[in-house]
Design a protein around this ligand. Sequence first.
Ligand code: UDP
Length: 251
Amino acid sequence: MNRRKKIYEGKAKILYEGPEPGTLIQYFKDDATAFNSQKKAVLEGKGVLNNRISEFVMTRLNGIGVQNHFIKRMNLREQLIREVEMIPLEVVCRNIVAGSMAERFGLPEGQALPRSIIEFYFKDDKLGDPLVTEEHITAFNWANTQEIDDMLATTLRVNDYLSGMFGAVGITLVDFKIEYGRLWEGDFARVILADEISPDSCRLWDATTNEKLDKDRFRRDMGGVIESYTEVARRLGIMKDMPRVIEGGVS
Ligand code: UDP
């Protein structure tokens, strides 16, 4: 299995060449990093949970017409995806103040925003993923204005849908980060959703208690990371597919 060609290895995932041209295999690792990799750990079972949660979310989004790179889940840790040309941006959508927005503007975490806010960050670990404007994005050719408009519209749609989906199971979608890539069809490129959507890339709070059910538990040394990710999967109704994760027996 590991004789497959590795295309790229990131902090939480590995991409291998896929079985057919234009496809890749996305492997979810148990590695967790935060603060630009200054903090690292291996959280047993995280990759399995994120693979399954991201499959669920991407499949649901596909169902409402939000095109994305997900094709099918192959096994506990791997999914078959479409190969896209990644746009080097992290697109963050926020409904409630938290994390870097609380710090940047001196706002209390938990304050509801008057409307959803979308931010772009340039994906570059060496620079610490700086916040950028649309001017930077077009000037440096990371994306053109049409692509920016497409990303903004899709991100709002994803936010609306996921806020409702999580809301229905008692979870508040505080914020999330998504990434986009170009799917080339001849000379024409369509911008589609890529990467993953999981508790690693979303802030998810219990709607009643505001308990954190996401990666902030790792960032802030709160413990119970796997238990929280498992709870998210359970509420979404997808735990029955992976009983061994609950027992902590997946390696
Ligand atoms: N996020 C992410 N990857 C990153 C940075 C942020 O997935 O490299 C997510 C994070 O989990 C949160 C949202 O994007 O859901 C906003 O993160 P923020 O800018 O507040 O940064 P943080 O406080 O996580 O450093």
